[in-house]
Design a protein around this ligand. Sequence first.
Ligand code: 4AD
Ligand code: MG
Length: 459
Amino acid sequence: MKKYSIKYILSNKNIYKKLINKIIIIQGWIKYYRNNIFIDINDGTSIKNLQVLIKDKKFLSIKKKINIGIPIKVIGILVYQKKNKNKIELIPNKIKIYKGYDLNYINNSILQNKYHKLSKLREEIYLRFRTNIFSTIIRIRSILFFEIHKFFYKNKYIYINTPIINKNNAEGAGEVFNITSLDSNNKNLKDLFNNEGKLTVSGQLELESSMYGLGKVYTFGPVFRAENSNTYKHLSEFWMLESEIMYYKLKDIINLAIKLIKYLLKKILIKCKDELFYLDQYHKKHNKFKDLNNRLKKIINNKFIKISYTNIIKLLKKEDNDIIKWGEDIGSIHEKIIFNNIFKKSLPIIIYNFPNKIKPFYMKRNKYNNTTKSIDILLPGVGEIIGGSERETSYKKLLKRIKKNKMNVKNINWYLNLRKLGKIYHSGFGLGVDRLIQFITGINNIRDVVPFPIYPGHI
Ligand code: 4AD
Ligand code: MG
């Protein structure tokens, strides 16, 4: 007698044929109870439930206890019901209901058996893993994370664990969380980092240092931004994937980013069929027809649109002359116009050569028109998911910009010293992984694709 996961049992014909007529154990919780004889059990491994048929008289007393959400163990024989649409069923020998549950609590939580909006699920964030919609999103997220590592592993990149605590504000903007070891009640002690510790906004600068020794590197971890953005696509803590490659030009980094995105979407199509199917049903129920499979396929099978910053500004101005000026950053309002009015094909858009003044100090400048050798990649619905560039190789130019930005030269001197190793040109990018999950799942709010979202006003 062995225990199996529901995902394994229902994964394919070969597996359930092997298990048919065998006695197996499953453990999970009651998802539905139908017609007084069918219990659907879920164990979290799959969106699918296993049906248990409780016709036998010996289960009369168990039947009285059955309630949605309570924990259960079933030992029984797996059978194949030709007549029944559900096909695979468990005929129990023994059923155990685990004690300790509080029905009053379950029935008054978000787990009561009715539809709740995603924003409502957020009110009981620790329970929402039990819901179909959220567990589906999180399973996709888990597979995506694994595939990200696999992509870089297969392509012989070295994985670098860049620090979460540092003292350089990599993006040069003022959006950093400061950390201190001091208890606010005890001011006599000395701070462990002399008030210099910050939560990292990006692992890029440390990643560049590792690149000088290892060639092709990536880092993947949480980063932190103290910007007060209460939007559907900003978090205070989010996961960024960053890569740096020695002797790569901008065109190489563009190709790498395209290859990565296409690889990841392909893997999700193959590995998350049940999840995508469920999400399509979910969106349809709420009158949003997303057809996620086709949306992903379209991106895999088509070229990304490429356009310079200057040209996209011209096109935006054609739509509405006052909406943006050359030199201003492209924001969410502009992204919407780009996808709804300018390029209506729902394909990714690569915008290159952004103006110097809206990009960080480390980006290499073009020789002409005050622009950087940079890219942003936008996806329909979520907007910017990638930012990247060629990196400045000149010690002097970097120093000048760091001083101009009034950054602390002492704290970032180590980064400058790397340029003393010679003019090794290199490029890199950062991908906002949570936003990619928004795109894949068609879920509107970033707070609903992250296990424990942290955003302004909410820890
Ligand atoms: O464009 P960003 O700020 O670029 C960097 O940090 C570079 N150091 C990356 C690099 O070149 N190594 O951030 C990269 C991506 C954005 O394109 C966006 O997708 C995502 O991170 N992002 C956020 N995602 C969620 N919440 C936020 N507050 C985000 N800010 C940026
Ligand atoms: Mg950016």
